[in-house]
Write a protein that binds this ligand. Sequence first.
Ligand SMILES: [Zn+2]
Length: 287
Amino acid sequence: MKPVHPGHPAPADAVQRKAVVPVICYPVETLPRPDLAVLQAARAGWVKTGETLVPARDAATFRVPAGHFFRIVSVGGPQVGDLNLWNAADLSERFYSGKTRALHGTHLSTGDRMWSAFPHLRPLATITDDTLDWYGFDAFGGAVHDVIGTRCDPYTHNLLSHGGQYHHCCHSNLTRAVAAATGLPLHQAEGHVHDVLNVFMCTGFTRDAGQYFMKASPVRPGDFIEFFAEVDLLGALSACPGGDCSDEHSSDAAACHPLLVEVYAPLSPPQGWASPGRNGYDRTHGV
Ligand SMILES: [Zn+2]
């Protein structure tokens, strides 16, 4: 955090320097855009092919074929979820939270895409609906579905609690779920767990100190966020031990609820849609 009492005096032109108008790092006008209308039209007559109930304070995995849709649905009560996505055929291609944030901003909604890590950098999934899009940003600067938090984890908890051992943080939940789905040993599975999309979580940064904050999620049973799978996906979702994240996580104190993942197959693929190829950079890196 920035010091309350800086160790260095402001220069004579400090006011002018601070008044420089910012520019957007990544203007997305030239980014390949999804044809949302076409994707959404493909939902007509779709067939539900499966569902996975993610137990409270635990995680589960699910698979979605390219060209199909999946929804994460609030059931039972306000609950946030931590989502990981991988290319089902190659777990090294996984969701890249940081670059997604740089491209689409701190919180995602309809039309935004979940981009994969280098050297792939292509959309793994496109968000096609979000019943919480009305929330926008609140007076605190909070919004839902962030790509700024990483996931609650037992290592940070251990540091902050001076030695605490808690095993149902999202990181551990996801690790167990990935190990079960892949057959990998626990510590190898852990290496595949990555920074998440915080589904339904309401977060922001405080205006004074820039500290990461959370507040009670506005999600209610029946709310959902919907994705279109651009490639064959393996997904893992943790129902965070923080529940609606109104108070604390990394403990069993909060009221927690399950989350439902539903998978839908369209009658036919969206018109003109093709699974995106890997990134076009030639990877010679100037050599
Ligand atoms: Zn969590």
